[in-house]
Design a protein around this ligand. Structure first.
Ligand SMILES: [Zn+2]
Length: 176
């Protein structure tokens, strides 16, 4: 388990960049490309040495690259829609994903075509568009502005210690 544990990689300016595993982090540290910001996860033994297992590392040089977008998950959509059905407005954690233009009619799995829907609404809409089903969207689906929290939240449950490095991670919808 040790070598595969996730390690949070911060840019030189402390911006969260991505997540790698301990093995990769140790290579970056060994080559002088990163420094340890947090460890305290115990030790990893190689035949010749003992390494402290890092939890958070920071790159020595600033990396310029687009912000990671990650894949679009159910929870991304539920967070954007604040766990609210986009047809009836009910707030619940019993949600499904609804493709506004159904997938079998060419609707994409993308921010602008996916909304949170409660089970009764999803059932009622079935494989139709909202007008065909005589249903109205609460709000047009949209791509939200970039959020570090949305990019990294799925690690936070297991990695509480990362919270202070992830801007916006104090946000919590109760269900999230
Ligand atoms: Zn509903």
């Amino acid at each position: 388990m040790g070598p595969r544990l996730p390690v949070l990689v911060l840019n030189q300016n402390y911006e969260p960049l991505n997540v790698c595993n301990v093995r990769r982090a140790l290579v970056l540290l060994d080559r002088g490309k990163a420094e340890t910001i947090e460890n305290g996860r115990g030790y990893l033994r190689s035949p010749t040495a003992l390494f402290e297992i890092p939890s958070v590392i920071r790159l020595i040089y600033l990396i310029r690259r687009p912000r990671p977008q990650g894949r679009l998950t159910r929870r991304d959509i539920f967070l954007r829609d604040q766990y609210t059905c986009q047809y009836c407005g009910k707030q619940t954690k019993e949600l499904t994903l609804d493709h506004v233009l159904p997938r079998h009619r060419g609707g994409g799995h993308e921010w602008s075509n996916v909304v949170a829907a409660c089970k009764p609404c999803n059932h009622r809409k079935a494989g139709r568009t909202p007008p065909e089903a005589h249903m109205q969207l609460y709000r047009e689906p949209y791509r939200p502005t970039y959020s570090y929290f949305r990019t990294f939240y799925h690690y936070l449950e297991a990695q509480e210690g990362w919270r202070k490095f992830i801007p916006g991670s104090e946000a919590n919808f109760g269900f999230a």
